[in-house]
Each structure stands twice: as C-alpha cells, then as structure tokens.
Design a protein around this ligand. Structure first.
Ligand code: E4P
Length: 217
C-alpha cells in the first residue's frame, strides 16, 4: 500500500515527504506544464527532495519506436523512474519492448477492463485507471477498479494498480480497500487524509490536562 503525490510542485512534494508517508510522485504533461520549467529540471528537482522516490514520467512520442527511445531517455532522469505509456497499440508495443529491456512502465489513461487486461498482457508493471474522470461522467471509477482487481487476482497476474485522478479522501479509502497497490493524489487531498476533528479535540484536551501534571520529565 503506497501513497504517491500527483503533482510536480517541488515545495508541495518536499512538505508532504517530511511526513514519511509518500513513496512516489506522478506527473503527466498537464502537471509538468503547470510548473513552467523544462521536464529534465522538473524531474531532477523532485528526485533531489528524496532520491528514494518513485517518479512517474510520461512519454509522448507518436510511434512505438519513438516511445521506446524516449522511455530510455526518461529512465535516465532519476534513480527510480517509471515511464508512463499511453493506452494505445503503440503504447502497448512499447510496454512489451521496455519490460523486456528492464525499464519500468505504467500504462496510463485506462478507462476499461479490457484495456487493463491488454496492458497487463503487454508486460506493464502498473496500470493507471483514471477513477475521477470516470466518476465525473457518472461511469463508476471504483467499480472499474474492483473488476480489474478481481480479474488480476483470478488470473494471478502481478500487474499493479495505481489509481489516479483522485477527487476525494473517500475515493482514497475506497480504492485502497478495493486492493489498489498505489493511490496517487493531489497534495490537498493527502493533507485532508491526515485530519480528524476527534484527533484535534483529543490533542487540545491532552494539552490542557498535561499542564496540571506536576513536575517535569
Ligand atoms: C496521474 O498520473 C494522472 O495523470 C492524473 O491523476 C490525472 O488526474 P486528473 O484527472 O485530475 O487530471
């Protein structure tokens, strides 16, 4: 069970990593474009926060051959890069070749069970169903993840599920309960995950009562 942050914003990543809960970071072209810095600089800065972070970086080339070449370059950017490949015939062909070459891959933009099956058969290490985008269209993101998990279990395949496009803490809880290996979320949702009004109330009470305890440690 791993929490990833779905952002390339280094200050947000550094702050959240300090909690000890974050194992990785996911990016995509939209996320990187928000930072206004070149991709290499962006990924190097994220890796400098914590060299142990897994960093997902998306390949965008139009053909399988070019995706493969691009993936080799992306894999060199940091110690633990996983290359995201599109859920297309070219992306699947690249996943097959890259997995044989020992380069870690995620097939991204997964919206259906048969897509997840194809990506697993192509040797992807992860598949990334976009739960929130399905929910936005009332198309059952959680139900899709449950059926993918059930299928992978029934077939005893090791492909991992990284649930993406997260809109709420409830989605995070439901997706881990459904068996997702990773849930990647915006920083704001990560911080919300840690909160509970009873924790705050309990701390205030303990602070008040502690003041009445005589002596020091
Ligand atoms: C993850 O890497 C995905 O690209 C991302 O979660 C998509 O999120 P969005 O649907 O909020 O754009």
């Amino acid at each position: 069970m791993e929490i990833y942050l779905d952002t390339a914003h280094v200050a947000d990543i550094a702050k959240a990593v300090k909690t000890g809960c974050i194992s990785g970071v996911t990016t995509n072209p939209t996320i990187v474009s928000r930072e206004g810095t070149p991709l290499r600089q962006c990924i190097t800065a994220i890796a400098a926060v914590d060299p142990a972070l897994t960093i997902l970086v998306e390949a965008v080339s139009p053909t399988a051959k070019e995706l493969i070449d691009e993936a080799h370059r992306l894999a060199e950017l940091a110690a633990h890069v996983v290359v995201k490949l599109p859920m297309t015939p070219h992306g699947l062909a690249a996943a097959r070749s890259l997995s044989r070459a020992g380069i870690r891959t995620t097939v991204t933009l997964v919206f259906g069970l048969t897509q997840a099956i194809a990506a697993s058969c192509a040797g992807a290490e992860y598949i990334a169903p976009f739960v929130g985008r399905l929910d936005d269209m009332n198309m059952g993101g959680l139900a899709l993840v449950r059926s993918i998990k059930e299928t992978f279990r029934a077939q005893a395949v090791g492909t991992k599920i990284i649930a993406a496009s997260i809109r709420s803490c409830q989605a995070v809880a439901d997706l881990f309960t459904a068996g997702c290996d990773v849930v990647t979320m915006p920083a704001a949702i990560f911080w919300k995950m840690l909160e509970h009004p009873l924790t705050e109330a309990g701390l205030l009470q303990f602070e008040k009562d502690w003041k009445t305890v005589p002596g020091t440690l």
